[in-house]
Ligand binder design. Structure first.
Ligand code: ADA
Length: 577
């Protein structure tokens, strides 16, 4: 059943809309002594307050407020898609959570009380401060905003009895026959007699599963066979839905949860990628979640339109650079058939970060949050982290080792990787399932080159030769970033750097070089559309303060390269120069 799982249909209440808001500015990140004299205005949630016309580029502390309603005595869960950058969430004056990764989902358990109307406050700080929010650095090549940047929802928990905290569905080896492994987390409350669990696949028959004693163990793992299994792939993105129902001895439904997933398998072996047993070549883009009108809080219709554009260009793959993806985007990729690399927030960190215990703890927490949140999306084929970290140095190895161990423990079914900028001297390729290289021949370091485009193919060949000579012939290799800047509309007879024509020729060379080399399993171009980046002095490196390497500009107007990419990605014919 190709059913849409509208997030609003899950029974959760959306808290999106107009909230009370005040920008407190350059003050200590704590609640004001009293809220009596606060001058409240309104702010739309979700949005980045510093992307709105009133506060463009402003950094400091801000406070959000709204009420929500819960029947007295009922516990609830508040879920924020993301709050950027540092935040604290208070309900009725009590601080329930602090978070410091501005792209990670934040889930807050709210204890019950006798009041019906509850007060929710969210304190936000979007200033760079390594002590407070060590995962955010001002040198990242994308603008980092502040505010409640993704949607907020409320799940009111059942009045009494157990409830289902999480369901994870993993396609098994026999996925084509419908075999899935289910991992269900149950929260017990009160005395529970004769609890039972029932499920129904795609609206079909209801069957019992799990014994009472197994259910009481809180973490229940079992296998199911999906009737009428249909495989998920980019060309046939079939989805299945299982509904789980917890029933108590009195035959009362204690809780029910639906999970949507796809039957597919991703593997890396013999130096190649395999999807559902067939060799896979990734063709796609890196994409930032960004639009000039909305900053990082893009509407779903924009996400849909971006996926249409990607598919129009013949892409089957998108790398969600460089942070947790919005669940709406992942839902669309599931439904429309686009393979995804999702990665933890990270960009170019070096020893300072990796020698900080606080950084490691936050990085780990954000990694766990990403995998838990996105686990059931069939579109995701690999997890990534720490883009362009100092992975040619010893100091980077412990965090990579720990993270990959953790990722494999949390999800043994997907590939793990990181985008390396050290193709020739990275010392951590042994840790990954897929080797991913960011490289910019014909762009960076070309100051003295007469014919910069001629550097691309030899660099790609040298990368493969170097990796294989170090004993990694069994691992697939992809180019995870390659690209050149082009200023939209800038065409002139010299066809030099920054012209659309140079970029179009560049991408032709890069795609041809990768897709004609059987040792590569794919390419993700840098990048889909232009995005705002550094402010202050660092922006001198970036015309318009934008990273202009988009094949489309920030308003999704295609540059000359669009048709070039489309022709190459859409062609089934072997590519030659
Ligand atoms: C890096 C980085 C990207 C972007 C790119 C560029 O490889 O991963 O985020 O900054 O370079 O445009 O230079």
């Amino acid at each position: 059943m190709d059913c849409l799982l509208n997030r609003n249909e899950s029974g959760d209440v959306s808290l999106d809309g107009l909230w009370d808001f005040t920008f407190l500015g350059a003050v200590e990140a704590k609640l004001p002594e009293s809220l009596e004299h606060v001058r409240w205005e309104k702010m739309w949630v979700p949005s980045a307050f510093d992307a709105t016309v009133k506060y463009p580029g402003k950094r400091g502390v801000a406070l959000y407020r709204r009420t929500f309603f819960v029947e007295s005595g009922r516990e609830c869960l508040l879920s924020f898609g993301a709050i950027s950058m540092w935040s604290r969430v208070y309900v009725d004056g009590a601080c329930l959570i602090e978070n410091a990764c501005g792209y990670a989902p934040v889930h807050v358990e709210v204890p019950s009380c006798q009041k019906y109307q509850r007060e929710l406050l969210v304190l936000v700080d979007n200033r760079f401060n390594f002590e407070q929010a060590p995962m955010h650095e001002p040198f990242f090549d994308f603008y980092q905003y502040g505010g409640i940047i993704r949607g907020v929802s409320l799940r009111i928990l059942p009045e009494s009895g157990p409830w289902i905290r999480a369901v994870r569905v993993t396609p098994g080896e026999e996925y084509a026959k419908g075999l899935v492994h289910v991992d269900l987390e149950i929260e017990m409350r009160g005395e529970v007699d004769a609890l039972s669990l029932h499920y129904s696949c795609d609206g079909g028959d209801i069957s019992p599963v799990g014994s009472h004693s197994e259910l009481l163990a809180r973490n229940l793992k079992f296998d199911l066979i999906v009737p009428n299994p249909r495989l998920w792939s980019p060309l046939t993105p079939h989805l299945h839905v299982i509904e789980f129902v917890l029933v108590t001895a009195e035959r009362v439904v204690s809780d029910r949860q639906c999970v949507r997933f796809g039957l597919r398998q991703i593997k890396a072996r013999e130096g190649r990628l395999w999807l559902n047993g067939e060799a896979l070549i990734l063709k796609g883009y890196n994409r930032h979640e960004w639009h000039p009108n909305y900053g990082p809080s893009t509407p779903t219709s924009q996400m849909f339109s971006d996926i249409q554009l990607l598919k129009d260009m013949g892409c089957n793959f998108v790398r969600g650079s460089h942070y947790h993806q919005d669940q709406r985007f992942l839902d669309l990729c599931d439904e429309l058939g686009l393979l995804v690399w999702e990665e933890n927030l990270g960009w170019g960190q070096r020893e300072k970060s990796f020698s900080s215990d606080k950084f490691s703890a936050h990085h780990r927490q954000a990694l766990i949050a990403m995998i838990r949140e996105s686990y059931n999306h069939p579109s995701i084929i690999c997890w990534g982290l720490l883009n362009e970290a100092g992975s040619n140095c010893d100091y980077c190895r412990p965090i990579l080792e720990d993270s990959f161990n953790l990722m494999r423990e949390l999800d043994p079914s997907r590939l793990v990787t990181f985008a390396s900028m050290f193709a020739f001297d990275d010392i951590n390729f042994d840790l990954v399932d897929m080797i991913s290289i960011n490289t910019y021949p014909g762009w960076y370091g070309c100051e003295k080159a007469d014919d910069p485009l001629s550097a691309i193919t030899p660099r790609l060949e040298a990368i493969v030769a170097s990796i294989d000579s170090r004993g990694h012939e069994d691992k697939p290799i992809i180019i995870s970033e390659i690209g050149a800047e082009a200023l939209y509309g800038w065409r002139e007879s010299h066809n030099d750097f920054f012209t659309e024509t140079y970029q179009a020729k560049y991408l032709h060379e890069a795609i041809a070089g990768v897709l004609s080399n059987p040792r590569f399993s794919g390419i993700a171009l840098w990048h889909f559309s232009d995005v705002r980046t550094y402010s202050g002095g660092l922006s001198l490196m970036r015309p318009r303060t934008f990273n202009n390497k988009g094949t489309l500009d920030e308003y999704r107007r295609p540059k000359e390269a669009y048709q070039v990419v489309k022709a190459l990605f859409s062609s089934d014919a072997p590519i030659s120069d």
